[in-house]
Design a protein around this ligand. Structure first.
Ligand code: IPM
Ligand code: MN
Length: 375
């Protein structure tokens, strides 16, 4: 079986972690007998500065032909904040109708966490972030610019359509897991959007009577998540709250360098895109200090999505067992470079010595995607 991949390494540490993930992918292909055709797409700061191009129509057309996209990170101090982020990442998520940003928060055995006393048994949840709207539509206006009376209006767009899509996905995922879905919002202040989310939860929830429903305000979520992550199974939330709480979730897992995500297209019209949740980290770029685990685990999600479930689980196990041996999870104290860690994970995959991770998210996800395909 061959899968066609578009690889977008991007900026900063993006190319370093993607190279490591591809070393691991090579090993997975050898071991599990599948192959990938990879096309590298040079989107990012350098390409933008050289050509003025962000995500062009033409790039969208060619990306659409791939089975999946593997993404590193975008963002550079050489470019005004917002241009690359909105012009490439957010443009891609929108162009490829990646309705869901799936962000597992799982503490793997042996991996150090800054949260005292937290154990893997108590930290295994998934955040379903609505990925197309809310404040991320980035609409608004400025009046009286450059005067003391300057006014900024920043809108948030919330549609039944997109919320229903995210909430239904989240219920399906909860059905395949521990059967609990928590809505995270701020219905006590953002009353209009909040009413809509609650109404959708009510209506969609009626189709999933065996899934228990819960609600937590986003500020309270920032308290509950580190202290009692075992309260949660699947959490569904809007785009901006999802962006914020998943960084907090990453801390529970050991840090931003470890956390993975999948931008999922669930209608089959375009490829999904897999990316570590960390950014381009220009301050440490070029030093080999970035942890490639987030990229490797994102690549594992990609394999699961492509139907290579066995390979996905093996990459997850190899990555997390290498993580468990590190003196520090990022920076100079990691004890090995980004590339060396890629080699080490690949080696552990080849020799099959990593303890098998149980209850992989890949299985839950495969069940959900199957259900979506077959109605
Ligand atoms: C993320 C990132 C992006 C986001 C930025 C870079 C646009 O923070 O993937 O979480 O806000 O979604
Ligand atoms: Mn973010």
């Amino acid at each position: 079986m061959s899968h066609s991949l578009a690889v977008l390494p991007g900026d900063g540490v993006g190319p370093e972690v993607v190279a490591a993930a591809l070393t691991v992918l090579d090993a997975a292909e050898e071991k599990f007998g599948f192959s990938t055709e990879r096309v590298e797409v040079p989107l990012g700061a350098d390409h933008y500065l050289a050509t003025g191009e962000l995500l062009t129509e033409e790039a969208v057309g060619s990306l659409r032909g791939h089975d999946a996209i593997l993404f590193g990170a975008i963002g550079s101090p050489k470019v005004t904040p917002g241009i690359l982020e909105r012009g490439i990442i957010l443009a891609l998520r929108a162009a490829m109708t990646q309705a869901i940003n799936l962000r597992p928060v799982r503490l793997y055995p042996g991996v150090p966490t800054p949260i005292a006393g937290l154990t893997p048994e108590r930290c295994d949840l998934v955040i379903v972030r609505e990925n197309t709207e809310g404040a991320y539509v980035a609409r608004g206006s400025t009046v009286h610019a450059g005067t003391p009376a300057q006014v900024a209006v920043q809108e948030s767009v919330n549609t039944w359509y997109a919320i229903e899509r995210a909430v239904d996905f989240a219920f399906r995922l909860a059905s395949a897991r521990r059967k609990k879905l928590t809505l995270c919002h701020k219905t006590n202040v953002l009353v209009e959007a909040g009413k809509l989310w609650l109404a959708v939860m009510d209506e969609v929830g009626a189709r999933y009577p065996d899934v228990e429903q819960d609600y937590v305000h986003v500020d309270a979520m920032c308290m509950h998540l580190p202290v009692s992550p075992d309260r949660f199974d699947v959490v569904v939330t809007d785009n901006l709250f999802g962006d914020i709480v998943t960084d907090l979730g990453a801390v529970l897992q050991g840090g931003l360098g470890v956390a993975a995500s999948g931008n999922l297209n669930i209608d089959g019209t375009s490829p999904s895109m897999f990316e570590p949740i960390h950014g381009s980290a220009p301050d440490i770029a070029g030093r080999g200090w970035a942890n490639p685990a987030g990229a490797c685990l994102s690549m594992a999600m990609m394999l699961g999505h492509l139907g290579e479930g066995e390979a996905a689980a093996a990459v997850e196990s190899a990555t997390t067992s290498v993580l468990a041996d590190l003196p520090a999870l990022a920076g100079e104290g990691m004890g090995a470079s980004t590339a060396e860690l890629g080699e080490r994970i690949a080696e552990r995959l080849r020799d099959g010595s990593a303890p098998q991770v149980t209850g992989s998210l890949m299985n839950d996800l495969a069940a959900v995607m199957n259900g979506l395909r077959h109605g």
